[in-house]
Design a protein around this ligand. Sequence first.
Ligand code: 4AD
Ligand code: MG
Length: 438
Amino acid sequence: FKPQVYIKDLSRHVGEEVVIKGWLYNSRSSGKILFPQLRDGTGIVQCVVLKSAVSPEVWEALDHLGQESSLVVRGKVREDARAPGGYEIEVTDAEVVQAATGYPITPKEHGVEFLLDHRHLWIRSRRQHAILKVRHTVVRAVRDFLDQEGFILCDAPILTPAACEGTTTLFEVDYFEDEKAYLTQSGQLYNEATAAAFGRVYCFGPTFRAEKSKTRRHLTEFWMVEPEMAYATIDDVMELSERFLTAIVARVLDERREELKLLERDTAKLERIAPPFPRLHYDEAVRILQEGHERGALEDRFEWGGDFGAPDETYLSQQFEKPVMVHRFPAAVKAFYMARDPERPELALGVDVLAPEGYGEIIGGGERAASLEFLEEQIREHNLPREAFEWYLDLRRYGSVPHAGFGMGIERCVAWLCGIEHVRETIPFPRMLYRLRP
Ligand code: 4AD
Ligand code: MG
């Protein structure tokens, strides 16, 4: 049984005899003909088995074969406009590798908890396939864009001695005798060191937050890509975010049309994503939210000084067709490392990029504080352990420069591009509050 041909390549083998190695996706029979659908990871193809065209042993093995049995078939490729995918295999021989019975995920509707419990099998389905292929393309687009822009990949550690994004969402790990480590919340602090070494850098890896919130946007383990630039400001971050997101959207539209169609994504909305993106001062965002409350679209009145909740982000992002960049938040709601607006020191030079259609924040970043004295004070005020940050303070002692960067959560970006409700489907094995398995 060789050589193997992948289903995605069948168009190059019309009229030839090929071998397909895969799994049984679905099967129909009508007496002396079987129509098994085979999937091999690259696609799904319909096969036709005539009782008269195969040996009695092969017919016996294929008749009543259970869903997701593994099998290898040999047959001739025929072009057929009526067949799903446009091609059919006229089977001449087959070998069942393992006959499966009672596959739990049937074509009927299942509840989401059941599907999440069977995530190891659920990823075989068409919809999950489409989403995870979009993710694959997003990751490639992210890397290609940053590489082309001259960013050097310098990955940050996952086991860290200190918090980056506040102490309330830290996962603690026992690190040998008496030492505590934390799973990283963000590679940013290390990016600041590598940016001083290489100029433009990025890290890309899993990040962790012990989020107690059960929302459609929160995972406890998610993948973040974080570019950082030396000699850069908040304006450079906004300019980079704009081109970065535009490049990702264009790449997905170019390579994943079929998947977006299967997901019933309205691609016209993605076609509109191009610079410039609206830039919205926090003061202005507050005004829009308060108006929204007066119009009855938002339950609570948003007060100046607060951080956006999920309904606020949803409302704001619904007001624009493109991602909107909200900048200059009150420093009190942002992380300790943010630089201040020299004209209004109560404001931090941070920016959040909110994806349209109600998806909310997908990028967070900004300009970092460059002054040693200011950072020492912030570490005190945030009650952070000074000794764990000594190395970080060195970056302000030895050649401190204005620098800036951002982080984008891959899952939130994929959820937006796919137009799906929840981030849990955008990662092969989601980790959430109450979900550590499979
Ligand atoms: O806004 P955040 O917290 O920013 C940082 O971590 C910065 N240190 C990044 C930097 O400047 N280098 O997180 C950045 C992004 C968010 O915009 C969101 O897309 C994603 O990370 N994110 C999450 N995604 C899924 N689940 C969660 N619990 C997330 N928390 C943040
Ligand atoms: Mg944020």
